[in-house]
Design a protein around this ligand. Structure first.
Ligand SMILES: *[C@@H]1O[C@H](CO)[C@@H](O)[C@H](O)[C@H]1NC(C)=O
Ligand SMILES: *[C@@H]1O[C@H](CO)[C@@H](O)[C@H](O)[C@H]1NC(C)=O
Ligand SMILES: *[C@@H]1O[C@H](CO)[C@@H](O)[C@H](O)[C@H]1NC(C)=O
Length: 244
């Protein structure tokens, strides 16, 4: 084969099987998804202008990849002054382990599609203007260790499905508009260290089941409409600082 012929075949190969030579480059599915995500965001400071470059997406602002550059592992767009919506496209970034969109002005609902992110360990959306309910699908995130949704306009009841997040160490739902009662299923979170529910419209009793969270160290529930006494089982908690 001539060199020209070999180059021609290489060019064809590059054209039709681009994933081989550009793992997370301009031809990857993630490139298209991040472009879709960006189209839902308003970015007045232009932080995401790198999100259209032909470079590997791993060097884009807020993006981090695995060591070999083959998997997108983290998206951190915290505090970039972004508004707009959280695109359902986030749900397709299946290798994500960390998603931090906190400290922006994002609006609208938490998309149910985020429940598809089976590798997600940290979901941090606090301090935005998100509204609507917590989707029950959040309970599908079986690897989740940190869930921080506080300081938003979220309302409705806390779905009992959060009790399925058995790896959870930190659950932050403070400064929202949650009502109903504290789900008894939170007692299933045996690894929970911090539970922050303050400043909502939660009513009813603090469930006895909370006493099953044996390593809980920080439980904050002040400024709600919780009734009655703190259950005696909560007294078994070690190192508890109860601000109620
Ligand atoms: C995201 O980045 C900010 C600083 O830009 C940092 O404070 C924060 O800890 C990061 N989030 C995560 C989950 O590492
Ligand atoms: C959470 O677990 C309960 C009980 O096992 C189950 O009925 C529910 O469908 C689960 N929720 C999710 C979102 O997986
Ligand atoms: C919680 O608030 C919603 C409106 O956001 C309302 O429809 C619902 O009845 C309330 N639930 C309870 C238990 O108060």
């Amino acid at each position: 084969m001539t060199i020209a012929g070999a180059l021609f075949i290489l060019a064809l190969f590059g054209e039709f099987h681009p994933m081989v030579s550009y793992p997370l480059g301009v031809y990857s599915e993630e490139y298209a998804r991040l472009s879709g995500i960006r189209s839902h965001l308003i970015d007045p400071s232009g932080y995401l202008s790198s999100w259209s470059s032909q470079d590997s997406i791993c060097v884009w602002k807020g993006v981090a990849c695995s060591g070999d550059g083959s998997r997108l592992t983290s998206l951190n767009l915290s505090g970039l002054g972004l508004s707009g919506l959280i695109s359902p496209q986030f749900g397709h970034l299946s290798s994500l382990e960390e998603l931090d969109l906190s400290l922006n002005s994002l609006q609208g609902p938490i998309p149910t599609e985020l429940g598809w992110l089976q590798n997600l360990k940290r979901l941090i959306l606090h301090s935005n203007s998100l509204s609507g309910r917590i989707p029950a699908e959040i309970g599908l995130l079986r690897s989740l260790q940190v869930l921080r949704l506080g300081n938003n306009l979220l309302s409705g009841e806390i779905p009992p499905d959060v009790g399925n997040l058995t790896e959870l160490t930190m659950l932050g739902l403070a400064y929202c508009r949650f009502n109903g009662s504290i789900p008894v299923e939170i007692g299933r979170l045996k690894r929970l260290v911090s539970l922050d529910l303050q400043q909502n419209q939660l009513g009813g009793k603090i469930p006895d089941e909370l006493g099953s969270c044996l390593i809980l160290q920080n439980f904050a529930a002040s400024n709600n409409m919780l009734e009655g006494e703190i259950p005696s089982s909560v007294g078994f908690l070690k190192d508890l600082s109860l601000k109620s």
